[in-house]
Design a protein around this ligand. Sequence first.
Ligand SMILES: Cc1cc2nc3c(=O)[nH]c(=O)nc-3n(C[C@H](O)[C@H](O)[C@H](O)COP(=O)(O)O)c2cc1C
Length: 327
Amino acid sequence: MKNFWQKLEKPILALAPMEEVTDTVFRQIVASCCPPDVFFTEFTNVEGLLSKGKNVVSQRLQFTSKERPIIAQIWGLNPESYYKAARYIKDLGFDGIDINMGCPEKKVVKTGSCSALMNNRDLAVKIIKATREGAGGLPMSVKTRIGFAKIETDNWISFLLQQELDGLIIHGRTVKEASDVPAQWDEIGKAVILRNKISPATIIIGNGDVLTYNQARQYWQKYKVDGVMIGRGVFKNPWVFDKNKTSVTPLELIDLFIKHITLFENTWGDSKNFSIMKKFYKMYINGFEGAGELRNKLNQFNNPADSTTFLRRYATLIGPTPLGVGV
Ligand SMILES: Cc1cc2nc3c(=O)[nH]c(=O)nc-3n(C[C@H](O)[C@H](O)[C@H](O)COP(=O)(O)O)c2cc1C
């Protein structure tokens, strides 16, 4: 039987998992502009899901029907915890599970999880196996990079392709490179050739530095991936998954920001700190004269009501000039 990955039309366009960004609220906002073909949660710690603090951790797994198909991304160390977390995720109604084997954060790598698993393949295999057992048939993927200290596409990606994964999401940088060099899509292209030999049924999604819809299509054609994942491109243009949207006006962005703040308030109330919204100022208020000044003024407000009142008042003053976002 085909899994959901195989049923999607190509190119498959995915919204990247982004910590403290792609919660249910942000995903709904992106979906309201134009939904991607697949959504991912922020990475969610499996040990945390089984701990006393699980109520806070499981906020990461909240989703609505507007964000489907949705994949829960998990990370951690203990295979048994992966097993239990996968069962829990299956019961929550997710469409798939993704294991993070790419996060380069030093404090995470130090624990031996995420990208550190590239250097501990026995544990990586145990984690995949335990997750598969717990997932009860849900499609499974891994999101990773092309190597740890150096490029190891041949070795590492071939290893993953031997694990019978339904999907493999490849960010075209090594762990050491963090975000400091351009993504190496040629390596992603090599991974596709390996996939064709080792595991033809595994869907490959390429990731890194894709900023527009047309660029995603070009990379799909050039590198023969099944799809493309977009992360930071959505900050530049929240309509990035819409092939027909060629420009965005400052007013549209401010309206969307007001919608985002309102949904944040309605969804999280006091359970999440409003200061999280400040990281979105640059996304919504950018690219027009006076944008910096407006962001500074907005920074004075620390609650949804004052921020939206200020933005609404401001919105009446700005003109309709479109911003070129590229498609
Ligand atoms: C703010 C932020 C948070 C991120 N959090 C995660 C995460 O939780 N899990 C993950 O696999 N990757 C995470 N990433 C990496 C992205 O998913 C993606 O691989 C990376 O940004 C490269 O894609 P892009 O150039 O399209 O942004 C994060 C990236 C950013 C910018």
